[in-house]
Design a protein around this ligand. Structure first.
Ligand code: C2E
Ligand code: MG
Ligand code: MG
Length: 411
């Protein structure tokens, strides 16, 4: 694991004096506690401020457990009846530990606890305090969430075998050097041919694969396939400068074997690390993790390129740009799409271009769909583009066709 050792993380001990409130009903909570010693009482508070005791817990029991699996408020107040020693289990550490243990255990745990919360909400004690509308709304919310989790569990189970059953495949979208019109590399994009639903878009399954940690195996597979495809493209064209860009998720960096695996695959497939672009998102860098920084630095030491995908979306802090060894910015397609009609989007594209120039970073414009986009990017000094105007993501066979159709020399 990266930043936190799980065992250590689960051992934050807290002391509460008799009479102290440990958690308060309706307040947000992000941790559960194991009662080590002492006794606590669990009370429900009525709107008029009066209280009703619903239980007591002693050593070896767990309290506040729902907070570590969902975002609901505390459903009761817990107070120390005697001096207590409690072990705190934070939501972040718990979910990390569960994810590491088994990818779908996390989802199932969440479901079980949601049901538990639902049953509790329905119980007569709670009905006494909650308005009927709130009750119904809450139940609807839980059922919607429950079916979402069930879908995710089902999909996770299917995705688990997708690599072994060869249901995953890659498509390749070229990067074009605007001046020459030549292909200089490809981005590998993952697709899943689901046995029942057919071809699935990555935005439907990647979030689930990330939530469950299953992305790690899928990325390993994608990386190896990409390297093998690149090798074949280089053999076909004789162009040893071609590169391949692979998308990575934050969870991939939690894999202790991340770098070793990658170096092994590169060696095994005969690809030089400089021909690899790692595409990561700003979100990953905003984790501010020393572990991620270390891995990225090691990738750079091996001469891999590091590109920020969808650059400019969602986050305003740019401080991470000089903290991490980034080499390339990929201007998000929303700015490129709108720059011909929207001054604001154009301003952003110009700012990103001058930022990249000032910081010595390479730039790629994503989502180039029209000749007008190409002309504008060219006039702004952007040299590399990707988008439907040049080519959609295609099979390796069709990518080879695109390479073969290129003139042997630049026009
Ligand atoms: P991305 O990495 O930013 O990939 C670009 C997406 O934009 C692709 O969608 C591509 O088909 C689409 N695109 C490219 N040019 C154009 C254009 O001119 N116009 C429009 N409208 N769209 C264009 P796709 O393949 O559906 O992938 C969506 C996202 O899923 C990717 O965004 C990436 O974040 C994620 N993804 C795809 N493959 C992988 C993978 O192997 N691993 C991980 N972790 N994520 C992946
Ligand atoms: Mg990408
Ligand atoms: Mg992108």
């Amino acid at each position: 694991m990266p930043e936190l050792d799980t065992v250590e993380a689960l051992q934050v001990e807290k002391l509460y004096r008799a009479g102290e409130v440990i958690m308060r009903q309706n307040e947000p909570g992000d941790c559960a506690y194991f009662v080590q010693s002492g006794l606590v009482e669990i009370v429900l508070q009525r709107p008029d401020g009066s209280e009703m005791e619903v239980g007591r817990r002693g050593p070896g029991t767990l309290i506040g457990e729902m907070a570590i699996v969902d975002d609901g408020p505390r459903s009761a107040t817990v107070r120390a009846l005697e001096d207590c020693r409690l072990l705190e289990i934070s939501k972040a550490d718990f979910s990390r530990a569960v994810k590491n243990a088994n990818p779908i255990v996390g989802l199932v745990t969440k479901l079980i606890l949601m049901r538990y919360r639902d049953i509790l909400q329905r119980s007569e004690n709670v009905r006494e305090f909650a308005g009927v509308t709130t009750m119904l709304e809450q139940q609807e919310r839980y059922h919607a969430e429950e079916s979402r989790v069930l879908d995710a569990v089902r999909m996770a189970n299917e995705f688990k075998v997708a690599v072994a059953r060869q249901e995953l495949f890659l498509e390749y979208q070229p990067f074009i050097e605007i001046d020459s019109g030549r292909i200089i590399g490809f981005e590998a994009l993952m697709r899943w041919h689901h046995p029942v639903s057919g071809r699935m878009r990555p935005d439907l399954f990647i979030p689930m694969a990330e939530d469950t940690g299953l992305i790690i195996e899928a990325t390993r597979w994608a990386f190896r396939e990409s390297c093998k495809a690149l090798k074949r493209m280089i053999t076909q064209t004789g162009d040893s400068a071609l590169f391949i860009s692979v998308n990575f998720s934050a969870q991939d960096f939690d894999d202790p074997a991340f770098l070793d695996e990658m170096l092994f695959t590169l060696h095994d497939t005969g690809i030089h690390p400089s021909q690899i672009h790692l595409e990561i998102t700003e979100r990953l860098l905003l984790r501010q993790s020393e572990h991620v920084k270390k891995i990225l630095l090691q990738c750079r030491e091996h001469d891999m390129q590091i590109a920020i995908d969808d650059f400019g979306t969602g986050y305003s802090s740019l401080s991470y740009l000089h903290q991490y060894p980034v080499t390339t910015l990929k201007i998000d397609q929303s700015f490129v799409r709108n720059m011909t009609s929207d001054e604001g989007a154009l301003g952003l594209v110009k700012s990103i271009l001058s930022l990249s120039e000032n910081m010595g970073l390479a730039i790629i414009a994503e989502g180039v769909e029209t000749q007008q986009h190409v002309d504008m990017l060219k006039s702004l000094g952007c040299q590399v583009a990707q988008g439907f105007f040049f080519a959609r993501p295609v099979s390796e066979h069709d990518a080879a066709g695109l390479l073969a159709a290129q003139p042997t020399t630049a026009p």
